[in-house]
Design a binder for this molecule. Structure first.
Ligand code: NI
Ligand code: MN
Length: 210
């Protein structure tokens, strides 16, 4: 699976992009016009997650996947959409996409996370969330890669993210949602130290095969 970190909580995974926040992101290196994809997933309606999602979707004629209220906004903006809600799953291209829980706030709808599967690999993108006990239940998904916020203040910090990692039982953890702004944690060092699995830290714009 080819994974590119777009900065903050944004990733391009093969032909699928999640939470692409590029315009107004001081650390972003990609331009929205550079992103090529078929699917655009949005975890929740906050500007640092919706970001450039609608523009990228329109430019690529890609499908926006998100909570019903979020996709209603996308539809108004002229995007093709696949609405869903927590607990539901859909198949798109070679992907199986399940929406799961997250505890946070959101402009419209509610915050969510995604568990996405393709070619036998399972990736959990936690969105913005605290650490919560249902993460133990996520063990059922046999998660290979967990993208976990560690920046504190608006989400889990490093200590709770390390507990989350243990609860989920993921093989690899990718720390996200830090260093973008001065009021977030600036480094992944503490998380890396506490993390019970393989911790892979991406530079913004970096591509890795995982
Ligand atoms: Ni948020
Ligand atoms: Mn956020």
């Amino acid at each position: 699976m080819k994974i590119k970190f777009l900065g903050h909580a944004g990733f391009l995974i093969d032909d699928l992009v999640i939470d692409p926040f590029l315009t107004g992101n001081p650390k972003a290196v990609d331009k929205p016009a550079d992103i090529q994809c078929k699917y655009v997933l949005i975890t929740h309606d906050h500007p640092d997650h919706v970001g450039d999602a609608f523009d990228i979707a329109k430019k690529n004629d890609a499908v926006v996947v998100g909570m019903y209220e979020v996709t209603a906004k996308a539809e108004e903006a002229g995007c093709k959409t696949e609405p869903m809600n927590i607990g539901g799953k859909i198949k798109l291209g070679g992907w199986e996409i399940k929406m799961e829980m997250a505890f946070h706030s959101a402009g419209v709808g509610a915050p969510a996370s995604f568990i996405i599967k393709k070619s036998g690999k399972t990736v959990y993108h936690a969105g913005d969330t605290c650490y919560f006990m249902d993460m133990e239940r996520f063990k059922e998904y046999s998660i290979d890669i967990a993208m976990l916020p560690i920046g504190d203040r608006f989400t889990m910090g490093a200590e709770d993210a390390a507990k989350a990692c243990k609860a989920i039982g993921c093989k690899t953890a990718i720390p996200i949602h830090f260093g973008t702004f001065p009021f977030l944690g600036q480094s992944a060092d503490t998380f890396k130290k506490l993390c019970s699995c393989d911790c892979v830290v991406f530079d913004v714009g970096e591509v890795k095969e995982l």
